[in-house]
Design a protein around this ligand. Structure first.
Ligand code: UDP
Ligand code: MG
Length: 312
């Protein structure tokens, strides 16, 4: 039977969560009485996840599909690999660590059935550490200003989409991906609802500070030129101020005479300007790096093996 619901889940070293995730998913999806599929994308796990996924496929081959990647390509590319293969009409994404309770899925499906083409879950009471919670709040604010994407919670991965939106997403070729923002920009009627959020069941978060930063750069550069424009603007302001400074020094020289002191003030100004320059080069580099990645046209991910039944 062609599935009506496709659930897409990226997996990176989640051995402690997989069995419970699978059983809670089935308990939630069965009562809906609609054909469904669960697509697991194993993003190069080095623990026992690969073996566990193979077992899950053997146990429920009609509802389960597994894509094993050749290495670790990142959560968003893994989700994209799932999107490229979905067979359902409504597509749901969630994390494997049970931070997104599978029991919330029917709520999301209901919203899509009401006519919205994408729905995001807002994590009301977040079960993450203090740093992540505040960093994420601040981030959501900056993103809103920079990208103009009016979403309250972009970090939440508990989301559902109409198939049309997912098909549009798979046509986008950029290699640096941030799925929720991309989906938002391609949806014609997006919305958000509150969902509950739990602590990670087993294991540790796969995002350290560096990975989080990279993900956020992907989001900013993927959806906005404002960082570049801001830099140009700062450059213009600084040159205006320094030209006034030059005029002042010129007049002073003519009427008061040369000045040799104030050497360290000059250093301070210089360091400030060099700092701005370096920052600007960094921002430029972020964009150029992404252009480079796109121009190289390497595949976004490599697949080792796919376990699935042919479509019927
Ligand atoms: N994940 C992935 N590839 C990665 C990192 C994470 O597929 O390189 C998956 C991970 O297994 C989980 C989801 O993405 O299902 C979210 O990861 P995590 O829970 O570590 O992120 P956090 O909740 O801390 O944002
Ligand atoms: Mg998590």
């Amino acid at each position: 039977m062609t599935p009506y619901i496709s659930v897409v889940i990226p997996i990176y070293n989640e051995q402690g969560n997989l069995l419970e995730l699978h059983s809670r998913l089935i308990k939630t999806l069965e009562p809906l009485k609609k054909p469904y599929e669960i697509i697991f994308i194993n993003d190069g796990s080095t623990d026992n996840s690969e073996h566990l996924l193979n077992t899950l496929f053997e146990k429920t081959p009609d509802e389960t599909r597994v894509i094993h990647f050749n290495g670790n390509f990142g959560q968003h590319r893994a989700i994209m690999a799932g999107f490229e293969r979905v067979r359902g009409e409504i597509i749901v994404t969630l994390d494997a660590d049970l931070q997104n309770p599978p029991e919330e899925i029917p709520k999301l499906i209901h919203i899509i059935e009401q006519g919205y083409d994408s729905v995001g879950g807002i994590r009301r009471i977040r079960q993450d550490n203090l740093f992540r919670r505040y960093a994420s709040k601040l981030n959501n604010k900056i993103r809103l200003k920079l990208t103009g994407i009016k979403m309250e919670d972009q970090g939440s991965m508990l989301r559902a989409y109409r198939r049309r939106v997912v098909d549009l997403m798979t046509q986008c070729e950029e290699s640096a991906l941030f799925i929720p923002a991309l989906a938002y920009s391609l949806s014609s009627k997006p919305t958000e609802i509150e969902v509950s959020h739990d602590a990670r069941l087993e294991g540790k978060s796969k995002y350290n500070f560096y990975r989080l930063m990279r993900l956020n750069f992907d989001l900013m550069t993927g959806f906005s030129l404002i960082p570049l424009q801001l830099f140009t603007f700062i450059g213009i302001c600084v040159s205006l101020v320094s030209s006034l400074f030059v005029i002042y020094m010129l007049i002073r020289r003519l009427f008061v005479g040369p000045e040799a002191e104030g050497l360290f003030t000059l250093f301070a100004i210089l360091y400030f300007l060099v700092g701005i320059l370096l920052m600007g080069m960094g921002i430029l580099g972020e964009y150029i790096g992404r252009i480079y990645q796109t121009v190289r046209r390497r595949p976004r991910y490599l697949i080792k093996e796919i376990l699935e039944k042919p479509p019927c």
